[in-house]
Each structure stands twice: as structure tokens, then as C-alpha cells.
Design a protein around this ligand. Structure first.
Ligand code: ATP
Length: 234
């Protein structure tokens, strides 16, 4: 599902460089990524989603060679194959919750907004406990409700890969467990892969595998290379 080799990326304005010698994730795996703040976990998710373009290396996600795609091809790939739960939710202020859930259909090349998609959106909202909030705009939703809208939006297109950036960070412990159950149940149904960045170590036993980001990446600065171990974790 994910095959990355010698991946490198640097922000055009800013000194941060991410290097990932190797990352492989099998179809259907549920993988957690842990690691200190500011080390590039979100940057990696952006690369995997085709939101950022690698400067070097190979990157294949869901059978698509992302390094060799145009902007338009990456947009289409993202709409069809990726469900992204953003750390800051990234909801659209002028749309209500229902329209936000269906947002991928507004922008996704080749995605058809039909009755089945609307039904899926409603059922997901029900399962997430926000069915009575669907007319509210983001500014009239709590942080936890906004997060659940973002989760519904990531699932509604039935993606092959779900990328979650602190997807349950704003939820109380009970809701967190319920939402994770839902995420995993839906992923299993769709045979989707889940890659989730989390600082919540209590959730780690729920995943098939945990990747320690410090071990995965490698800094270019020689002094950093000596303190950051190379290679993949077991
Ligand atoms: N658009 C940008 N331009 C320049 N630098 C950036 C940009 N976005 C992020 N960075 C820098 O890249 C580094 C990695 O950021 P990233 O958000 O990927 O880290 P993270 O591990 O996800 O952090 P957290 O756990 O706090 O979410 C940080 O030093 C950040 O300041």
C-alpha cells in the first residue's frame, strides 16, 4: 500500500528537511506513528497524500507513483484514494457540517455526488453522534464535533488509505474509543489501510504496528545524524 525509499523533502522557506530511508505499509494494516512534536510527522502524511511533492526518492501509494504525477493527477488520486483527517480539522467555514462531510465531492475529480454518497454521509454522522448537528456551521460546533465532521469527511469517499493526524485528540476518553472503533470498523469493511499519527500512547495497543518516527527519519545535518538512529523499527 505504501512503499517509500530514500524519500526527501525540504520546505522551500524554512530549514526543515525530512528524510525517510524506507517506509513500507501493507494493505489493510493499522499503523500508529509516534514521535516528538515538530519532527515531521504531518509533513510525511502530506507527502503520502500527495499534498506535498518529494524532492527525491521513490513514493508509491495505493499503486500510484506519486513522484511522477502532475498537480491535477495528484488531486484526482487524493480525492479517490485518500481520506485525510487533518490535525486542525480544515473544515470549510461557509459550509454546514453536512456539506463539509460531502466536501470531497465538490473538489474531487471523478467523484459523483449521488444519493448513495449522501446516505453514507448521514449514516456516518449518525454513527459519530453528530446527526443533530448537520445544519451547524463549524463555528457553531464544539472542537470534538468538528473533529467528528472531519472524520466523517475522511470516510465518506470510501478511501483506500486513511491518514489521521491526531484524529481523536479533542475527544473525551469514551468518545475517543468509540470513534476509533468506528474508524477501524469502517476501514476493515473497506479493506482500507490506516496510518495514524498520535501522541496518545493509551491507544497504541489498538494498532497492528507502531512506528517510532525518530527511528524512521534521518536528518541531513551530520550532528543530527549521529543522534538519530537510522532504519526501520522492528
Ligand atoms: N509550510 C512550512 N514551511 C516551512 N516549515 C514548515 C512548514 N510546515 C511545517 N514546517 C516545519 O517543519 C517541521 C515539521 O513539522 P510537522 O508539522 O511535520 O511536525 P510534526 O511532527 O507533525 O509536529 P506535531 O507533532 O507538533 O504536529 C517543523 O519544524 C515545522 O516548523
Amino acid at each position: 500500500m505504501i512503499d517509500a525509499r530514500d524519500l526527501s523533502f525540504a520546505y522551500p522557506r524554512g530549514g526543515f528537511t525530512l528524510q525517510v530511508p524506507e517506509l513500507q505499509v501493507a494493505g489493510g494494516e493499522r499503523v500508529a506513528v509516534i514521535g516528538p512534536s515538530g519532527t515531521g510527522k504531518t509533513t510525511l502524511l502530506n507527502l503520502l497524500a500527495g499534498l506535498a511533492v518529494p524532492d527525491g526518492g521513490r513514493l508509491t501509494v495505493a499503486g500510484t507513483d506519486l513522484a511522477g504525477q502532475s498537480d491535477g493527477q495528484r488531486r484526482a488520486f487524493r480525492a479517490r484514494r485518500i481520506g485525510f483527517i487533518f490535525q486542525n480539522f480544515a473544515l470549510v467555514d461557509y459550509l454546514d457540517a453536512f456539506e463539509n462531510i460531502l466536501y470531497p465531492y465538490r473538489v474531487g475529480v471523478g467523484l459523483k455526488l449521488d444519493a448513495a454518497a449522501r446516505d453514507r454521509a448521514r449514516l456516518l454522522a449518525e454513527a459519530c453522534g453528530i446527526a443533530d448537528r448537520l445544519k451547524n456551521h463549524p463555528n457553531a460546533l464544539s472542537g470534538g464535533e468538528q473533529q467528528r465532521v472531519a472524520i466523517c469527511r475522511a470516510l465518506v469517499t470510501r478511501p483506500a488509505l486513511i491518514l489521521a493526524d491526531e484524529a481523536t485528540g479533542n475527544l473525551d476518553p469514551e468518545t475517543k474509543e468509540a470513534i476509533l472503533d468506528l474508524l477501524f470498523d469502517r476501514a476493515a469493511e473497506m479493506q482500507a489501510t490506516v496510518l495514524a499519527v498520535t501522541h496518545d500512547h493509551g491507544l497504541l495497543p489498538r494498532f497492528d504496528r507502531v512506528i517510532d518516527f525518530a527511528a524512521l527519519r534521518q536528518r541531513t545535518a551530520p550532528e543530527a545524524q549521529s543522534v538519530v538512529p537510522e532504519g526501520r523499527p522492528a
